[in-house]
Each structure stands twice: as structure tokens, then as C-alpha cells.
Design a protein around this ligand. Structure first.
Ligand code: ZN
Length: 186
């Protein structure tokens, strides 16, 4: 069923709808499924193996890994996300939280450069990674997944992907690539 929004909403969302079964799916930053739309058809697909009787979760909002941000984003739904990512961020020492925000700004700035230094991005990611105590398998780094995707595209284009996956200790070499929108060229 499609509903007309007011003018302000219409500018934000070109259409709105209620999907009765899908509306029962709760939010978690650590989602196990993802939704997409074809017209007014909503499709929910598993993003990992899901055992029978496991609760489904998808994102209402893209996770920022910042508890205060997510709390604000979820406010109008009337709940707080209590996933491992939000829980870690909620209990994070303020100095580390500030450091992460600064590092994240630096990373985003580096990745948007016309000539991106892979070595710099890898170095910044290493410092960012060091602010986490738990491994990424337990606490996915959702705040930098776009940066990892950009890096994997670069590695794929330069045949480095297998090497990087095989030997993460390999010393990064200085690489430059140009960015144009989402495209990367060596
Ligand atoms: Zn969360």
C-alpha cells in the first residue's frame, strides 16, 4: 500500500509504504539480512547462513558505530540499538571515542583525494584498528566498510587481492590511484 507523504517528506522519500510482515523485522547494526525493493515489492535476503528460528535483523539506518549518533537516529522509532557495536561504543572511554572520530575524519579525507595514497589509507586503517580490543569478527568495523570496499576494488584492479588475503603482513607499497566518482583508475 502506498501512502502520500507531506511535501517535506515527499522531497525526502519519493514514496512510503507499509509492508506488514517486513515491519516485524527489528533493527540491528549487526544485521543478518538486507532488504531491497523492486517497485512496491520488498525483498529480504539473508546476508549470512541463518539457522532455523533465528530472529531476523536488518538496518533501519546504516550503522555509524557511534552510540550517540545511533541513539539519535533511532529516537523516533522509540528504541535504542543494543547490538555489540553500539554496546561497545556506549561504554567506550571518551578519549578513544574522540580519537576514533578524528581518525575517521582523516580516513574519509584521504579516500576522497584526487590522488589517493594507498599506503596512507592502509596506515590510517591500522591506527584506527588499534583502537578496538575485540576482533572484527566479533565487532565489525561498519564505520570503515566503505573504505575497505574502496581498497578491495583497488587491490582487485591491481591483482593484489589474492596477495593481500594470503599475506596480511606484506609491507604495503606506495601506490597512487585517481578517483572519479566511484571509479578508480591506476
Ligand atoms: Zn547497533
Amino acid at each position: 500500500m502506498l501512502l502520500e507523504g507531506n511535501i517535506a517528506e515527499t522531497k525526502m522519500h519519493h514514496s512510503t509504504g507499509i509492508w506488514l510482515k517486513a515491519s516485524k523485522v527489528n533493527h540491528s547494526c549487526m544485521a543478518n539480512c538486507k532488504r531491497s525493493f523492486i517497485g512496491d515489492l520488498q525483498i529480504i535476503r539473508a546476508t549470512q547462513d541463518i539457522l532455523a528460528n533465528t530472529e531476523l535483523f536488518f538496518w533501519y539506518r546504516e550503522p555509524t558505530c557511534d552510540y550517540a549518533d545511533m541513539k539519535k537516529e533511532m529516537q523516533h522509532w522509540g528504541f535504542e540499538c543494543t547490538c555489540n557495536i553500539c554496546d561497545e561504543s556506549k561504554n567506550l572511554v571518551k578519549d578513544i571515542s574522540r580519537k576514533r572520530k578524528t581518525l575517521l575524519i582523516g580516513l574519509q579525507r584521504s579516500i576522497k583525494q584526487k590522488h589517493v595514497s594507498i599506503e596512507r589509507v592502509e596506515r590510517q586503517l591500522k591506527v584506527y584498528e588499534a583502537t578496538f580490543k575485540k576482533p572484527a569478527t566479533e565487532l565489525p568495523r561498519m564505520s570503515v566498510f566503505n573504505i575497505y570496499i574502496a581498497l578491495s576494488k583497488f587491490y582487485g584492479k591491481t591483482q593484489q587481492l589474492k596477495n593481500k588475503l594470503r599475506d596480511v603482513k606484506d609491507k604495503p607499497r606506495m601506490r597512487m590511484w585517481k578517483t572519479r566518482d566511484d571509479e578508480m583508475m591506476v
